[in-house]
Design a protein around this ligand. Structure first.
Ligand SMILES: [Zn+2]
Length: 360
């Protein structure tokens, strides 16, 4: 099953388009071209396929690569779904969005071409939220130099912050989203990103707000325990969205607002777009496949963001290679057991979502 994993964005895109082209359920397809080129000079696009009846009241959406480099897992699940080509329940359609952030997928970065974390970008930019904790530790997260002495000093500052405020506030400060440091971690931007604009246009064109019941699975990697596919639900506690999620996905469901998730509550999530578009008519979950510790996650991102700030030619090839390799291995481990679990659990959650929609 790990054969669905591809080595690059362009290979993943080709596999997706091949699968779509051969799928008898296909009723509509769109390529949303990105203005830039990819790491191999290839064209970049958000590819969209609608399978099943175009006027379906019930809809399952599977999104990949909201965080570029995390797209290998989501793309592999989408390819497996196309390969399976199982009949959809009556009156139900399946919408696949391949590469929400194609630039990040191709360049193997979590952010987009503007350094924006798409999953912190869904805020009202007239009232941008503040994250004072992040402002306090930004220069320790991304120190000027990436040598042992500088890192020891920076890590000590982070440790001091954590000891004063506690682990939860530290994690929220680092990863909850910030809107002041464009080169920093988990930066939500100053305006809607390219991907957000495309998603909003797509939703209008496909009249998604008129659908009666919608399930969305957004596939992510890199947070949580190795091979665990956590079903993270950021609907308000007790809301219909949470009730559907628990009914469909069982005990795998966790809630950041209740402290039961490996994710802390965050600003500007893509979830909030769907919650607003389909109030009490959708169940959005982040299917997050763990690969290691949160500390590892922060450290690979710190190195990646530090590298992105350096003038061209100023960093040795060895160090560049090491930083890229560690990032890729964190977000898409090469180990077969991990990749097999991603496909197995991904297909399971999709079939549970389809059964859940059918039961409403
Ligand atoms: Zn992610």
């Amino acid at each position: 099953m790990s054969g669905y994993f591809q080595p690059s964005y362009s290979a993943a895109r080709k596999a997706f388009l091949r699968g779509v082209g051969a799928d008898s359920r296909l009723s509509w397809q769109r390529t949303v071209q990105h203005p830039l080129h990819g790491a191999e000079g290839e064209k970049l696009a958000m590819d969209v396929a609608w399978l099943g009846p175009v006027n379906a009241d019930k809809l399952l959406i599977v999104q990949s690569a909201t965080h570029g480099v995390e797209g290998f897992a989501g793309s592999a699940i989408q390819s497996a779904l196309l390969h399976q080509c199982e009949a959809l329940p009556q009156g139900t359609a399946l919408l696949l969005i391949h590469a929400m952030n194609p630039w990040g997928f191709s360049h193997k970065r979590r952010v987009d071409e503007a350094g924006i974390d798409l999953n912190r970008n869904f805020v009202d930019f007239n009232h941008r939220p503040e994250n004072r904790g992040y402002e306090e530790i930004h220069s320790a997260l991304i120190p000027q130099h990436w040598d042992q002495a500088s890192l020891l000093q920076a890590d000590q500052r982070l440790q001091d912050f954590r000891e004063v405020y506690g682990a939860q506030i530290y994690e929220e400060a680092v990863s909850g989203g910030q809107y002041t440091h464009p080169a920093g971690l988990f930066y939500g931007g100053k305006a809607p990103s390219w991907s957000r604009v495309q998603l909003e246009q797509l939703a209008a064109e496909l009249r998604l707000a008129e659908r009666k019941q919608v399930a969305i699975i957004d596939v992510h990697t890199g947070l949580g325990d190795y091979t665990v596919g956590e079903v993270i639900c950021d609907h308000p506690p007790g809301s219909l969205g949470v009730q559907w999620a628990k009914h469909w996905y069982g005990t795998a469901v966790t809630e950041p607002f209740l402290g039961t998730s490996s994710s802390v509550p965050k600003l500007g999530l893509i979830d909030f777009f769907w919650h607003q578009l389909l109030p009490d008519r959708c169940c959005f979950v982040t299917l997050e496949f763990g690969t290691g510790s949160t500390e590892d996650l922060f450290n690979v991102l710190r190195a990646d963001h530090w590298l992105a700030c350096q003038p061209f030619g100023s960093v040795s090839e060895d160090l560049k290679q090491q930083i890229h390799q560690q990032l890729l291995e964190h977000f898409c481990p090469a180990a077969e057991d991990w990749q097999q679990e991603v496909i197995r659990q991904g297909l399971l959650r999709v079939s549970q979502a389809l059964a859940g929609l059918a039961s409403l």
